[in-house]
Design a binder for this molecule. Structure first.
Ligand code: GLP
Length: 242
């Protein structure tokens, strides 16, 4: 794993945007895996700015999001579909056929999950997967446990994640208990991974991910087995790395 410690959230966002832009510069038809949550917002803002200045061109890029709540309507302000539309796909004008996210309204969940895996394969696989991390070390919605799912699946949110994500909802009861998420195998198949974390509440999870033993109890620690991972953190999130 390569570790980059940046001064603050803005520097982290700029450095991450520079990395993503460089990869698209090399491969204009790159396939990106995308995350939601607060952490990548700065990255998306910087990428939109760079695209508007003509420094990066997203017209050939295809994207696959990590996860979506289930059940949820696309128009819901808390859906990841809505988030992506607001912060990334919309401002960049990414054509809908190139922007993928699991369907949180689906009846046939097994069908949605296997189609999603197939679409990723048909696109040639993910070149660069962007990840955030939960306070308990989850990635996507792959929560700590005895075993982790390999493929896209219906996941149950842990109490910790429901509590953390309740800030986006009216209250804790309004947070969906389930989500459709890429599995650890889907994530590990990406050719390159960029994990972002900011703030002291992520420090323990980052410490365990980078320095801890590889365990399903800290899903992100499995990234130690991936050949090309960059962990980009601000100083606050890096405090357990010294
Ligand atoms: C959610 C998402 C994850 C994200 C995590 C951290 O649970 N499923 O993909 O990484 O939250 O979010 P934040 O960046 O808001 O702390």
């Amino acid at each position: 794993m390569r570790i980059a410690v940046l001064r603050d959230y803005q520097s982290l966002s700029e450095r991450a945007a520079a990395l993503v832009s460089a990869r698209i510069g090399k491969k204009p038809t790159a396939v990106l895996g995308l995350a939601t949550g607060s952490t990548p917002l700065g990255l998306y803002r910087e990428l939109v700015k760079a695209a508007q200045r003509g420094l990066v061109d997203f017209s050939g890029v295809t994207t696959f999001n990590l996860d979506e709540y289930y059940p949820i309507e696309r128009e819901s302000l808390q859906s990841y579909y809505y988030y992506m539309q607001q912060h990334f796909w919309g401002p960049l004008g990414i054509c809908p056929g190139r922007a993928h996210i699991p369907d949180g309204r689906a009846g046939d969940i097994a069908g949605v999950c296997s189609d999603y895996e197939q679409k990723i394969m048909d696109a040639g696989g993910i070149d660069l997967q962007i990840l955030g991390i939960g306070v308990n070390g989850h990635i996507g919605f792959n929560e700590p446990g005895a075993a982790l799912s390999a493929k896209t699946h219906l996941a149950s949110l842990s109490a910790e994640t429901i509590a953390a994500n309740s800030r986006f909802f009216e209250d804790r009861d309004a947070v969906p208990r389930r989500a459709i998420s890429m599995g650890l195998g889907t994530i590990m198949k990406a050719r390159e991974i960029l994990l972002l974390a900011s703030g002291s509440e992520k420090a323990r999870a980052i410490g365990e991910t980078v320095r801890g033993k590889l365990t399903t109890k800290v899903p992100a620690s499995l990234l130690q087995a991936h050949p090309r991972v960059t962990v980009m953190v601000d100083r606050a999130a890096a405090c357990c790395l010294r």
